[in-house]
Design a protein around this ligand. Structure first.
Ligand code: HEC
Length: 150
């Protein structure tokens, strides 16, 4: 094959592969934009007094028993119109996007199976479950942080 013929073939391959990758990678961000951003805002800031921030907080729930399940069972997640797989991918994306960084780095991605089994059990009292988890996160962080460095 002559060189001038090879170029269009390569270009076509690049376009096809590139498009597939982009579409896949954008699914969780698009779901976030359509279903979550209205309350949680694009940068995860939330609204003081109404919607808690995701940024630098959401990943901390993974530090204590029950926290991972809470992220699935909270009404915004559990009652969304997303499939179990989409919600699993979205929650993993949310942790990586909003951190904290150390929790994003340690994340074992959510699976469709775990989402399916936790999601069917609604949280009866979201506020008290949330408060209790935050208390345990604070206690854990306090006991695991050594003396402050210089
Ligand atoms: C109508 C507003 C609203 C929408 C839409 C919403 N959320 Fe939320 N979200 C909240 C509120 C308020 C809380 C605090 C817990 C509660 O009261 O439900 C929360 C808490 C959370 C939490 C736990 C973090 C914490 O600090 O408690 C996660 C995870 C979460 N939402 C994910 C999502 C996802 C994923 C979507 C989209 C599929 C979504 N939310 C859509 C309002 C919303």
């Amino acid at each position: 094959m002559s060189a001038p013929l090879r170029v269009p073939v390569l270009l076509t391959l690049l376009v096809v592969c590139g498009t597939t990758a982009v579409v896949r990678a954008e699914t969780p961000p698009i779901n976030y934009m359509l279903q979550c951003q209205g309350c949680h805002l694009a940068d995860g800031a939330g609204s003081p007094g109404a919607v808690p921030p995701l940024r630098n907080l959401v990943g901390k729930f993974l530090r204590v028993p029950g926290g991972r399940e809470y992220l699935i069972r909270v009404p915004g997640s559990a009652q969304s119109a997303l499939s179990n797989r989409e919600l699993a991918e979205l929650l993993s994306w949310i942790i990586r996007r909003f951190g904290p960084e150390q929790d994003a780095a340690n994340l074992a991605p959510f699976t469709a199976e775990e989402v399916g089994s936790a999601r069917g059990r609604p949280l009866v009292d979201v506020d008290s479950v949330r408060r209790d988890l935050l208390r345990r996160i604070a206690a854990r962080d306090l006991s695991s942080s050594g003396p402050e460095g210089p």
